[in-house]
Design a protein around this ligand. Structure first.
Ligand code: IPM
Ligand code: MG
Length: 351
């Protein structure tokens, strides 16, 4: 198979973990005789530093024409004083919106050998295996009006959802649940927000199309608590953009490290695959970042964008063999560097 993959290493630890994921994809290509072409483009702070906009037009064009996009991370503290539209993060938000990538899948599970890596007692963590389905192109991130008064005395954002936006992400979640344990927890704040009342109503309507899937509704504060108290009780969580951003970081911490979490953003355009962890400027350039989130994102790229399920499974079992081996990065309590862990994963993929 021939596929064009656009790489967007971006900022902070983005380039290190993207290199690891690229090496894993190249190993899969060798083993299964595929031809992947990698085309690297600037995004975020890396573009801003060259006096380009956060999402340069040739980057956007390359992404729109790709079979799949693999992103490292965007964000750098040097741009913190800038307004939202001139920050590195705005590139990612524009990319998601312009490619119509409304469905963000963030699986969080306990990997073999990592049962004690996180903050929870292994008996509380159990066999936690959840999928956070985050709505990605609506809500507070995009709602208008938004702004800040010229005198800096007040600022505002808008949370807005249409029935269609809620229904389509709910369908993604219910469909995903069918391939898992057929349970969906829909998370909202319906005791306070109108958008959440609509959310609960529409998810209830979509649930009726999936009579074989069990649905429960949970308030976001209560869900945040349950993720720490009983993480193994969840199967699929579906929620709006901002709640999903917050709960997915929590899910990552609970299963051992945010560095383990991959994501797939799917919708109308080519899929975008990125680790959940972000640019982590405090550890950038030191070769100590955990490459697993990026490698597992590459596995999701194989599965969802290229429909190469067997190849995705090979990449995931390579990761599992490395997590049991103890060849772990610091966030998981081990001595390995980003590049030694990446090499260990690659050597498990190669026949
Ligand atoms: C994420 C990140 C992004 C988000 C940032 C970098 C804009 O935190 O993908 O979770 O908030 O969506
Ligand atoms: Mg986030």
């Amino acid at each position: 198979m021939r596929s064009r993959i656009v790489l967007l290493p971006g900022d902070g630890i983005g380039p290190e973990v993207t290199a690891a994921a690229q090496a894993a994809l190249a190993a899969v290509a060798r083993r299964f005789d595929h031809q992947f072409t990698f085309d690297t483009h600037l995004i975020g702070g890396a573009a801003l530093r060259r006096d380009l906009p956060p999402l340069p037009s040739d980057t956007m064009a390359a992404c729109a024409a790709a079979d799949a996009i693999l992103l490292g991370a965007v964000g750098a503290p040097e741009f913190d004083s800038r307004p939202p539209a001139q920050r590195p993060e705005s590139a990612l938000l524009q990319l998601r919106q312009r490619l119509g990538l409304y469905a963000n899948l963030r699986p969080a599970k306990v990997w073999p050998g990592l049962e004690a890596a996180g903050p929870l007692k292994p008996e509380v963590l159990g066999r936690t295996d959840m999928l956070v389905v985050r709505e990605l192109t609506g809500g507070l991130y995009y709602g208008e009006p938004r702004g800040m008064a010229d005198d800096g005395g007040s600022a505002w954002n808008t949370m807005r959802y249409s029935r269609e936006e809620i229904a389509r992400i709910a369908r993604v979640a219910f469909t995903a649940a069918r391939a898992r344990q057929s349970r969906v927890t829909s998370v909202d704040k319906m005791n306070v927000l109108e958008t959440s009342r609509l959310w609960r109503t529409v998810v209830g309507e979509v649930a009726a199309e999936f009579p074989d899937v069990k649905v429960e509704h949970m308030l976001v504060d209560s869900c945040a608590m349950r993720i720490t108290l009983a993480p193994a009780s969840f199967d699929v969580i579906v929620t709006e953009n901002m709640f999903g951003d917050i709960l997915s970081d929590e899910a990552g911490a609970v299963v051992g490290s945010l560095g383990l979490l991959p994501s797939a953003s799917l919708g109308d355009g080519p899929g975008l695959f990125e680790p959940v962890h972000g640019s982590a400027p405090d550890i950038a350039g030191r070769d100590i970042a955990n490459p697993i989130g990026a490698v597992l994102s590459a596995a999701m790229l194989l599965r969802y964008a290229l429909k190469l399920e067997q190849e995705a499974l090979v990449m995931e079992s390579a990761v599992a063999r490395v997590t049991v081996s103890g060849e772990l990065t610091r966030d998981l309590g081990g001595p390995a560097s980003c590049s030694t862990m990446a090499r260990a994963i690659v050597s498990q993929i190669e026949p």
